[in-house]
Design a protein around this ligand. Structure first.
Ligand SMILES: Cc1ncc(COP(=O)(O)O)c(C=O)c1O
Length: 381
């Protein structure tokens, strides 16, 4: 099986699995327990916290462990909105955020917050000028993702940060789930908080974090035993945190960026100037994601065809793949109507090889021939 759906989830790294298994055998106690076993688990948790803060650029950061990216984004969007509402109720985000930001914002709208969405150009990028026009003195929060999960567009975070700092006191959050290990994080220099998730970087599902600057934490949005300094109650997952720190260390020490770039170029070359195919990912986007649309067919048909040839890709995003609707990202970048439903996303990971990409290239060629034939027959009927 050739697995090319790494933006949905990755194959766990063997070393990460070993860390998790070893830690679970030794540090199984509840880190909040007072006895020695509890203390040991707590030490493991705190050591993972310190490692993650250091690896991501600021050893003083607050690392709030969560069950993944969705929970961390919810904590940031809803938690900051609530903690900053004494200053205003205006929030700015983009048209192409992951649903965990988008739907949290839609929830806040129902609660009385004013939400504005930045549009994107055909390359999926927001404009700092539009941000400048929209930002106000009462803007309390701006949330702009670093790398888009469907098309790989990279946002101009530095330029946006300068606009925000010049015109407001708003907090700047960035969802960095898809950029961790692929690009340098905009944190701590340009943003105040970022969301990270382990299972996108060959770590384990069920672990992620919100990383914030010291003293810039949001308000809690869930309640219980007060773990994570009251910001995320629930028994802490010390082995999961240790495995997450390991996954971050491995990915930061060297993901195969140049391979991704080469593979991305190879597939672009195969598709070439074929009129039946449209590449939705910008040329300057993150190279591990390539979104391609086929004319006049559905993404589901394409996914099934690749699957018959042993290749796993997804429609525009794994989240929207079962709803059969055109994703909000594909709509936002104005993919023409006859291509909109035929989008697939190919996403590379560390375990992929040149041979696998070449196999995919040949299968794409065959698939394009089949679509062409189908269209000619259709024209003759
Ligand atoms: C950009 C982005 N943000 C957030 C998430 C949610 O992360 P998780 O699956 O860890 O909840 C995803 C996962 O698809 C994502 O791609």
């Amino acid at each position: 099986m050739i697995y090319l759906d790494n933006s949905a989830s990755t194959i766990p790294d063997e070393e990460v699995l070993q860390t998790f298994t070893r830690a679970n055998k030794t540090y199984y106690a509840n880190p909040a327990s007072l006895h020695l076993a509890g203390n040991k688990a707590e030490q493991l948790l705190e050591s993972a916290r310190k490692q993650i803060a250091t690896l991501t650029g600021d050893s003083e950061s607050s690392v709030i462990f969560t069950s993944g990216g969705t929970e961390a984004n919810n904590l940031a969007i809803i938690g900051y909105a609530n903690s900053l509402k004494h200053r205003g109720n205006h929030i700015i985000t983009t048209e192409i955020e992951h649903d965990s930001v988008r739907n949290a914002c839609i929830h806040l709208k129902k609660e009385g917050f004013e939400i504005e969405f930045l549009s994107v150009n055909e390359a999926g990028e927001v404009s700092p000028d539009e941000l400048r026009q929209k930002i106000r003195k009462d803007t309390i929060l701006v949330s702009i993702m670093h790398v888009n999960n469907e098309i790989g567009a990279i946002q101009p975070i530095e330029a946006c940060s300068k606009v925000i700092r010049e015109h407001s006191r708003a907090l700047f959050h960035s969802d960095c789930v898809q950029s961790l290990g692929k690009l340098a994080l905009p944190y701590p220099e340009w943003v105040d908080s970022v969301t990270l998730s382990a299972h996108k970087i060959h770590g384990l599902k069920g672990t992620g974090c919100l990383l914030t600057k010291k003293f810039k934490e949001p308000e809690a949005i869930s309640f219980g035993g007060g773990q994570e300094r009251g910001l995320r109650s629930g028994t802490a997952n010390a082995p999961g945190a240790a495995a997450f720190a390991k996954a971050i260390r491995i990915i930061i020490e060297g993901d195969n960026f140049s391979d991704y770039k080469r593979w991305n170029n190879r597939l672009r070359e195969v598709v070439g100037t074929e009129k039946l195919v449209r590449i939705c990912s910008p040329l300057e986007g993150a190279p591990h994601i390539l979104s391609v649309a086929f004319k006049g067919i559905t993404g589901e048909v394409a996914v099934n065809y690749f699957q018959e040839h042993g290749i796993m890709v997804s429609t525009s995003s794994a989240c929207s793949s079962k709803t059969n609707q055109v994703s909000h990202v594909i709509q936002a970048i104005h993919v023409p109507d006859d291509f909109r439903k035929g989008v697939i996303r190919i996403s590379f990971g560390r375990m992929n090889t040149d041979e696998e990409i070449e196999t995919l290239a040949q299968v794409i060629k065959e698939f394009m021939k089949i679509i062409k034939k189908g269209m000619k027959q259709h024209d003759m009927e």
